[in-house]
Design a protein around this ligand. Structure first.
Ligand code: FAD
Ligand code: NAG
Ligand code: NAG
Ligand code: NAG
Length: 339
């Protein structure tokens, strides 16, 4: 029987996975190793709105998003410490929009926007009344606190060789986001740079206009996030004035309510979305089937939106693969051996 699980990565993906593992009460220890800890991870730079966005494949993202929404409604929204708020969300279109989103079949509350929900100049829209947003820093703190309260341990430690964690544990979960590019040499991983502007609270709901560019207004508990950008293969972690100006111009185009002189800017943030042609969530049996590595990375622009659905999938994959795990022959020398 496997007793210990080691997770690499302390973003929203590693933490959600760790919390669900601990909740099963089936493991002696669930440990996280991470090079950087919150607030110094990509996750802390997110908006963070529940909305499937810039991630694939559509059918799985739809399913995981729906499961995540359900998990939030059952277990998180009623906890004020989680920093989560129920908010209507509208995606807007200048011209009538024929297609529904890929994920519509998964989300029961999806509907078309009513005329009175469309700002001037917009012809169509999507709406979700029971959408929600997270105050990102509050929510990340809540994830860390919840993980620790359940008995999880967090250690700041970089992994340079994927064989290293297997010295301590037969099951390792790879939640390294963009770090997977180096750690497991995944050439499909690339950054999609996102810049946001944080302003004093404005707007009663989340609004997006994403046909020709990235543009959103996301009100949260303590502030409102304006976005954004999606620059592929761009590693620049510094905010640029050009992006800030562009973001302010785009949100002002939604409604004069969001014109620059009405906004009080609190800060500007940049993060690199861990992009991949599709999310990698699959098991890999190593070392004569004595070690199990589960990959859970590449969530692009939807990490928060799919987090709990993906964590549940990790649990399922562990359950399915434990019967295939052979007793480990040796513990110590694996750094020498080829996986
Ligand atoms: C501007 C912006 C806005 C966004 N808005 C939203 C939104 O509204 N809704 C939404 O759902 N998503 C949003 N996202 C996307 C979301 O932030 C990501 O999908 C999510 O943060 C990915 O989480 P993660 O845990 O995989 O990665 P990360 O948060 O990057 O965590 C990765 C962890 O792995 C560790 N690590 C990496 N390599 C190693 C190694 N070799 N050894 C040890 N540790 C390692 C890191 O130190 C870190 O702890 C946004 C992103 C940006 C940039
Ligand atoms: C985050 O980074 C800052 C600046 O580099 C550093 O001072 C701080 O200690 C880091 N926080 C954590 C939790 O690692
Ligand atoms: C933010 O402001 C809007 C009005 O613009 C208001 O409806 C909403 O309740 C405010 N949200 C918070 C959390 O204060
Ligand atoms: C142990 C290990 O590195 N496994 C795999 C991780 O993912 C890459 C693909 O990106 C594989 O090539 C490795 O074999």
């Amino acid at each position: 029987m496997v007793k210990d699980v080691l997770i690499i990565g302390c973003g929203c993906i590693g933490l959600s996975t760790g919390i669900l593992l601990l909740k099963t009460k089936q493991y002696n220890s669930v440990k996280i190793w991470a090079k950087d800890l919150p607030p110094n991870v990509t996750s802390n730079k997110a908006a963070a709105l529940w909305y499937p966005f810039l991630s694939n494949p559509p059918d799985k993202v739809g399913k995981w998003s729906a499961e995540t929404m359900e998990y939030f409604q059952k277990h998180i929204l009623n906890d004020p410490k989680s920093g989560t708020l129920l908010k209507k969300v509208n995606e807007l279109f200048r011209k009538p929009k024929k297609e529904d989103p890929d994920w519509k079949p998964f989300i029961k509350s999806f509907r078309r926007a009513r005329k009175d929900e469309l700002p001037e100049g917009y012809a169509d829209g999507y709406a979700i009344d029971d959408g929600f947003v997270m105050d990102t820093d509050m929510y990340m703190n809540w994830l860390v606190d919840t993980f620790k309260a359940l008995g999880g341990q967090i250690e700041q430690r970089e992994v340079v060789d994927i064989r290293e964690p297997f010295i301590y544990s037969d099951i390792v979960i790879n939640c390294t986001g963009l770090g997977a590019k180096e750690l497991v040499k995944d050439g499909h991983m690339y950054p999609t740079r996102g810049q946001i502007v944080v302003v004093k609270n404005t707007s009663d709901r989340s609004i997006m206009d994403e046909e020709d560019y990235i543009c959103y207004v996301i009100p949260r508990i303590s502030n409102t996030v304006l976005g954004g950008t999606a620059q592929d293969h761009d590693y620049n972690m510094n905010p640029t004035k050009q992006d800030t100006d562009e973001i302010l111009k785009r949100v002002a185009a939604i409604s004069p309510k969001f014109s620059r002189r009405k906004l009080e800017i609190l800060g500007v943030k940049v993060g690199l979305r861990p992009s991949r042609y599709e999310i990698r969530l699959e098991p890999e049996l190593l070392q004569d089937n004595s070690k199990l590595l589960i990959h859970n990375y590449g969530h692009g622009g939807s990490g928060f939106t799919v987090s709990w659905g993906c964590a549940q999938e990790v649990l399922n994959l562990i359950q399915q693969n434990i019967p295939n795990l052979k007793q480990s022959k040796s513990k110590a020398p694996i750094l020498q051996s080829k996986l």
